[in-house]
Design a protein around this ligand. Structure first.
Ligand SMILES: NC(=O)C1=CN([C@@H]2O[C@H](COP(=O)(O)OP(=O)(O)OC[C@H]3O[C@@H](n4cnc5c(N)ncnc54)[C@H](OP(=O)(O)O)[C@@H]3O)[C@@H](O)[C@H]2O)C=CC1
Ligand SMILES: O=C(O)[C@@H]1CCC=N1
Length: 280
């Protein structure tokens, strides 16, 4: 149990997932969380009604007294957001940026103060159900107890790994975006089930059980995914026939290109920011 205050700047998808997860885990109570955004009062109302958290569009109010400030805005909005927040940020706090691709150095430059505790985190929306896989990268200046606090916070909503900052690009492309790739596959199952005449009421639990069953097999047996796949695949059977279509269409390569492109996009955001910082 944490007895301080957490401020979220940004009230979107990832902020809600973290709020929900942190409350579910009982790491904090709702009155210890304040969520702030730019203008969408309907969104703040939704968060207040559903989670009981405090909400405001006033950044000074949100940040004052907060021990942890979580920057949960899109990379493109980070500059303006930090500009609005920087007067209220100080070395007693720990500042956690969730923004893909934006480096600690850039955040430090934008805030323009010394001795700040800046951390980058790349959680997933599965924080909502305490199943995030969160990559964390710490600035060398972060005080030991503040680093521990941030790690403890993200451990409440899933598993964590500390990585070097340059590794965050790949962690973002693979795992920050990861749930979306899985949902994409589920969408394909749903489309096929519908066109093949499987009733929606049956398809939905069967798709979910297929996923859960496969994940449990990976977790509970010591078998590799290849071994497990081979166990499903009878010679000249249905699975082999299906997989042959994926191979003919180079789906394996498409997946590799997808992960690489997502990773590159994170790298591009970093470069775009650095160029922009130099030009101002
Ligand atoms: N979604 C995900 O799965 C993950 C996202 N991230 C990162 O988290 C960040 C947020 O993503 P996500 O939640 O998906 O984005 P959303 O678009 O869902 O939410 C963005 C939020 O930022 C707010 N915002 C924008 N500008 C400002 C501002 N100047 N001051 C205060 N609030 C502002 C918006 O408020 P308003 O509506 O009022 O403009 C909105 O509440 C991104 O940087 C992303 O890279 C990291 C890991 C996973
Ligand atoms: O799509 C994005 O850029 C963010 C980062 C990881 C997940 N969502």
């Amino acid at each position: 149990m944490f007895d301080g205050k957490i401020a979220f700047i940004g009230a979107g998808a990832i902020a809600e997932a973290l709020v929900a997860g942190l409350l579910k885990s009982e790491f904090v109570e709702s009155e210890q969380i304040v969520v702030s955004n730019r203008e969408d009062l309907g969104r703040l109302n939704h968060l207040h009604l559903n989670y009981g958290v405090l909400t405001t569009t006033n950044k000074e109010l949100a940040i004052t007294g907060a021990n942890i400030v979580i920057l949960a805005v899109k990379p493109k909005d980070l500059t303006v957001t930090i500009d609005d927040c920087k007067n209220f940020l100080h070395e007693e706090q720990v500042i956690v940026s969730l923004a893909a691709g934006v480096s600690i150095q850039t955040i430090r430059n934008l805030i323009g103060k010394d001795n700040l505790n800046i951390v980058r985190a790349m959680p997933t929306t599965s924080s909502f159900v305490l199943k995030s896989a969160t990559a964390l990268s710490f600035d060398h200046e972060v005080a030991f107890e503040k680093a521990q606090l941030v790690e403890q916070l993200f451990k409440q909503v899933g598993i964590t790994a500390k990585v070097e900052e340059e590794e965050l690009h790949a962690m973002t492309g693979l795992f920050g975006s990861g749930p979306a790739y899985i949902y994409y596959i589920v969408e394909q199952f749903e489309r096929a089930a519908m066109s093949l005449g499987v009733h929606r009421d049956i398809a939905k639990p069967f798709i979910q059980q297929t996923l859960v069953g496969a994940v449990s097999m990976l977790q509970e047996t010591n078998n590799s995914p290849l071994t497990l796949r081979k166990k499903v695949t009878s010679p000249n059977g249905t699975t082999q026939a299906g997989i042959s279509i994926l191979e003919d269409n180079e789906v394996s390569n498409s997946f590799q290109r997808c992960f690489l492109r997502a990773t590159e996009r994170s790298e591009e955001i970093e470069i775009e920011y650095k160029k922009w910082m130099k030009s101002t």
